[in-house]
Design a protein around this ligand. Structure first.
Ligand SMILES: C[S@@+](CC[C@H](N)C(=O)[O-])C[C@H]1O[C@@H](n2cnc3c(N)ncnc32)[C@H](O)[C@@H]1O
Length: 244
């Protein structure tokens, strides 16, 4: 049972299960999720919510939110920090997406999956997106955000990734299982061994294959990231996909 949320450092809050950090602010795609959430055609799901940076903002905006995380302790802390007047619109769902959580088809209004898909291999990303398509109502949207390879603490991967991009037969150029060997040694204890660096071609292809229409897809900078992570304005990638 966790006692409290670990202290923030450089705008990042460590997760309790060494799966990276929660940001203390909302990126442009998460902000779009929070704005859309109260108008979504059903309850919204925040996958990998951690301590609830986006869930709390969506609740504050009036949405009905299901917060999911692999680590139930994160969700207990989120609930503890949810103002009483919002708690009736918050449900908690601990478990690993996509294998251990489920919803009836055509029930959700929107899904945020922020900085979680980038831990999955290619086939799991495809399986995940196919499930989201089934769970969403028509008009529902997915907001997905992940890191690109263009992070200072990951720059050892850049030549390897760019070399893979030259091979048109490599469907998953961003997937690596040796994070701990190549990343900046200072961050390795905070991360799992596998990472899937995002790019817009791969993201768009996966969402279109599942049946989604793309509303927006963009690479964006993270000026708010700490100096040890920020590189050149291409740190993250995001997509908004609509179920027709
Ligand atoms: C890097 S943090 C991101 C937190 C927050 N969404 C953000 O963007 O700041 C990843 C979070 O996703 C959770 N997570 C990782 N894999 C998951 C999975 N398969 N299903 C549900 N949650 C997962 C971790 O426990 C952690 O809290």
């Amino acid at each position: 049972m966790p006692i409290d949320i670990p202290p923030e450092k450089d705008g990042l809050v460590p997760t309790l299960n060494h799966m990276g950090w929660m940001t203390v602010g909302l990126d442009q795609f998460s902000r779009s999720f929070v704005d859309f959430a109260p108008h979504a055609p059903g309850p919204v799901l925040d996958i990998g919510a951690a301590y609830g940076i986006a869930s709390l903002a969506a609740l504050k905006n009036g949405a009905t939110v299901i917060a999911n995380d692999l680590d139930a302790r994160h969700l207990e802390l989120l609930e503890k920090n949810t103002p009483k007047n919002h708690r009736s619109r918050l449900s908690l769902m601990a478990g690993a997406f996509p294998e251990n959580i489920s919803f009836a088809d055509h029930t959700l209004g929107a899904v945020l999956i922020c900085r979680v898909l980038h831990f999955f291999d290619g086939p799991t990303i495809e399986k995940s997106i196919a499930k989201l398509f089934r769970w969403l109502k028509s008009g529902g949207k997915v907001f997905a955000i992940g890191e690109t390879v263009y992070l200072k603490n990951m720059q050892g991967f850049i030549p390897l990734y760019e070399n893979r991009l030259k091979n048109p037969d490599d469907a998953w150029p961003g997937y690596f299982e040796n994070v701990h060997e190549i990343c900046d040694p200072d961050v390795k204890d905070a991360l799992p061994p596998q990472i899937h660096f995002f790019d817009l071609n791969t993201l768009t292809r996966c969402f279109e294959k599942a049946g989604f229409t793309i509303e927006k897809a963009a690479i964006f900078g993270r000026p708010e990231y700490p100096e040890w992570a920020r590189l050149d304005g291409r740190e993250s990638a995001g997509i908004i996909a609509i179920k027709p």
